[in-house]
Design a protein around this ligand. Structure first.
Ligand code: DON
Length: 570
């Protein structure tokens, strides 16, 4: 009896001890805070959702590396941030390891085998406005689950089952949604009902409110199949069957064969020097790295830091550089597995210098006229980026998307996740603008199995061979110019990462020939540039940029003020 008493006492003490230990890193999915900026001593995560950042921190604190944490964060975002976090979409991962190795993983969606060039055109050859964006036909073959598996095979150190477990817990036991998420779900209720063929966790009778619990049991089961079988638990068997049944009910074209044959790919990163820094970014099928290279290479010819932050000289120069880069993007860039892209020529210094020969300081140049109709202002755009650094010296920069907010708004019946509407990133009709007003040519025309051109720009900046910044953002066509501005703001104008991220942004994408600005952009500066001949348009907030700045002895982690984005670390 006495012995039993002591054993019970010991057990009690032991369990108290382990509780205390858990508390150090534990998070409460019903009670969490948004931390926008913090200096962490060893490791940090900045992502679009505080819970996802906390999941990443837990994995890092357990001894997982940045890639383990990235996999856990990607899956957690698929649960807590359904408007962009995903398993039904794709993305790009840029890794720089403690051993100095750089690698990128392309898990971009692909056009299904039954896709064809003119599939979104009417009988007169004009794009049918919403066909590439809404509903089943808008979905490309998802790449995320294969991408995470490849990342784990290459760099993972913890058991994959542990990495996906937090996402399963959040889906199964729920979490409190933020006010912003509640608004998003309410705004999209009609679309979920219109485009999904079965009821889903995202639709309830009454309005969603801040702090409501979101429970996703179908998604939890799907994640468990991935936990048990790896990527096969998604691309084959029950989940694949559910996706194909959903396609059949809704008139989509993704087949079992499309799913089974999907592969994520290791690509050479885009690597280039900018002054004393080395930039590592994503190559094709993203246009991000190539355009960043073009723009920074042109910029380095000018004394931009002397012009100063938000001066008319610096903004005009950057706008003219952006104009020229986006013109090249529209004509030349597409999936290099399918088309020849003259990457070397486009990033060649002489070529880039020649592109700026007609640049006149303080005078606007004009983009040529376009023959296609109305260029749309982006209204609903969602992608998400996260940046991670571990205590070993590995960093990950990862941007992932289902394209529009909540993708094509189709929740796969019985599987509980949203599909992407990434097919809209192709040029449905060369010369006609897509959702982001972006133009494309033959290089980005639809072909079966081809990847649609992206603007996602997950980037790592090295100084003396060591990571200095980890940066990226959502924002459709504005992604590349947001990353460009964030880098210039820090590296040239000496802004702190938080100032660099949170200052109002501008954007020019060649066509339409306007400078887009956020609504708090300085009015006097706008007036000065208008005098030079520029036209302005106010738009919705630009980007949600997550930056880690690796200073001597600490990491300055910053989450964009524009959303619920939050940092975590230790
Ligand atoms: O890959 C791309 O460039 C687009 N699908 C990204 C969409 C996006 O950033 C929407 N978000 N804010």
């Amino acid at each position: 009896m006495r012995n039993t008493f002591y054993i019970l006492l010991l057990l009690l003490l032991f369990s108290c001890g382990s509780n205390t230990q858990n508390k150090e890193t534990a998070y409460d999915p019903y009670d969490y805070q948004i931390i926008k900026q913090h200096n962490f001593r060893k490791a940090a995560v900045s992502s679009a959702h505080p819970l996802a950042s906390l999941v990443g921190k837990e994995i890092l604190a357990k001894g997982g590396n940045a890639i383990d944490a990235a996999i856990a964060v990607q899956y957690a975002l698929a649960v807590v941030y359904p408007n962009a976090g995903n398993i039904g979409g794709g993305g790009f991962m840029v890794v720089h390891t403690k051993d100095g190795e750089s690698a990128t993983i392309d898990f971009r969606e692909k056009a299904p085998a039954a896709a064809f060039r003119d599939m979104y055109l009417d009988s007169e050859g004009n794009p049918i406005d919403t066909k590439s964006r809404d509903g089943h036909l808008a979905a490309g073959v998802p790449g995320t689950v294969k991408g995470m598996e490849l990342a784990h095979e290459m760099f993972g150190s913890l058991d994959f089952k542990e990495l996906i477990q937090p996402a399963i817990d959040l889906a199964e036991h729920g979490f409190a949604i933020t006010a912003r998420e509640a608004r998003g779900l309410n705004r999209n209720k009609k679309d979920f009902q219109k485009y999904s063929t079965e009821p889903s966790a995202f639709v309830k009778e009454s309005k969603w409110e801040e702090q409501d619990t979101l429970l996703q049991s179908d998604l939890a089961s799907t994640l468990r199949r991935i936990q048990d079988q790896g990527a096969k638990g998604f691309y084959e068997g029950e989940t694949a069957d559910l996706i194909v049944q959903e396609m059949e009910r809704g008139g989509g074209i993704i087949s079992l064969e499309d799913l089974k044959s999907y592969e994520a790919v290791v690509r050479d990163p885009v690597v280039f020097d900018y002054k004393d820094y080395q930039i590592i970014s994503m190559g094709l099928p993203s246009s991000g790295g190539i355009l960043l290279q073009q723009m920074l290479r042109q910029l380095e010819e000018y004394p931009i830091s002397e012009y100063g932050f938000q001066s008319k000289e610096s903004v005009q120069l950057m706008v003219e550089i952006e104009r020229r880069a986006y013109a090249d993007r529209a004509l030349y860039l597409g999936d290099a597995d399918f088309v020849d892209v003259p990457v070397e020529a486009l990033t060649n210094k002489e070529y880039l210098l020649s592109r700026m020969e007609d640049f006149t300081p303080l005078k606007a140049s004009k983009s040529e006229d376009i023959e296609a109709g109305e260029v749309l202002l982006p209204t609903k755009e969602e992608t998400t980026h996260f940046s991670i650094a571990d205590e070993l010296g590995n960093v990950v920069s990862l941007t992932t998307t289902i394209n529009g907010a909540y993708g094509n708004r189709v929740v796969v019946g019985g599987a509980g996740f949203l599909l992407n509407n990434e097919m809209d990133d192709f040029s449905a009709k060369p010369g006609s603008p897509n959702k982001f007003g972006l133009l494309g040519a033959e290089a980005n025309a639809i072909e079966p199995g081809k990847r649609m051109l992206s603007a996602m720009t997950p980037t790592v900046v090295l100084k003396d061979g060591k990571p200095l910044m980890v940066v990226g953002t959502p924002g459709g066509s504005t992604i590349i110019t947001s990353v460009f501005q964030t880098l210039v703001n820090v590296l040239e104008f000496g802004l702190s990462p938080a100032e660099a991220v949170n200052s109002p942004k501008f954007h020019h994408q060649w066509k339409p020939d306007v400078i887009y600005v956020e609504k708090d952009y300085p009015k006097t500066l706008i007036a000065e540039l208008e005098e030079m001949g520029y036209e302005f348009k106010e738009r919705i907030p630009i980007g949600r940029t997550e930056v880690l700045m690796l200073e001597e002895g600490y990491i300055n982690a910053v989450a964009d003020k524009r959303g619920d984005d939050g940092v975590a670390g230790y």
